[in-house]
Ligand binder design. Structure first.
Ligand code: SF4
Length: 205
């Protein structure tokens, strides 16, 4: 696993797959254990992440660490990355072509981390799975995709700029441990009896 991670991170750091490689200081592959039960996927590195080569290290990162604590977990026990591995200039929104160019890296990360629960942070990581969903309607609610739970959340930075979102995102994070336990039943060994079909949300359809 360490070799697969080193190979992936090395290819990300050298990637010239889209124009963002010209303006980045550092690519930001991601961090955390592989495998991990829980994987957070944000949108793209910001200024602090670009400087340090680590995901979620600015004010939004500090808030994410606090939110992970609200779920009763430690940051070092979950995997954290972004849809894009390089910073868009001026923190502009990711472009569709950039998301497409970077997609194989995220797919490879998901395969290596093999999470039970994927939590998207913000519209662009949610849209990767559900292009027509509205984050204001579906945040904090889960859907089963293959053998994983997927839960869209507001981006922590949004809560920093909109005080009324802060309590909403805290409450959403507090629901995650129960969803993780539900997600474990999807991989219950066959000799432990039939897997109870978890409720499947249709909110994204
Ligand atoms: S954003 Fe992704 S595709 Fe674009 S240069 Fe960085 S690693 Fe490569």
């Amino acid at each position: 696993m360490a070799q697969a991670r080193a190979s992936l991170y090395g290819r990300i750091r050298e990637c010239t797959g889209c124009l963002l490689h010209r303006t980045r200081t550092n690519a930001v592959p991601g961090e955390g254990p592989m495998p991990a039960d829980v994987m957070f996927v944000g949108e793209a590195p910001g200024m602090h992440e670009d400087r340090q080569g680590r995901p979620f290290v600015g004010a939004a990162g500090n808030f994410l660490t606090e939110l992970i604590g609200e779920a009763g977990w430690r940051r070092e026990d979950v995997y954290i990355c972004n849809v894009l591995k390089c910073r868009p200039p001026g923190n502009r929104d990711p472009l569709p072509a950039e998301i497409e160019a970077c997609n194989d890296f995220l797919e490879e990360q998901i395969a290596l981390v093999d999470p039970l629960l994927i939590v998207s942070l913000g519209r662009y990581s949610m849209a990767r799975y559900f292009p027509n969903a509205k984050i204001s309607r579906v945040h904090g609610q889960h859907r089963v995709i293959d053998d994983r739970y997927f839960v869209p959340m507001f981006h922590p930075a949004a809560a920093l700029h909109q005080a009324n979102l802060r309590q909403t995102i805290v409450e959403d994070f507090r629901k995650l441990p129960a969803l993780l336990e539900q997600a474990r039943t999807l991989r219950k060994p066959a000799d432990e009896g039939p897997v109870s079909e978890p409720e499947q949300m249709r909110l994204f359809d």
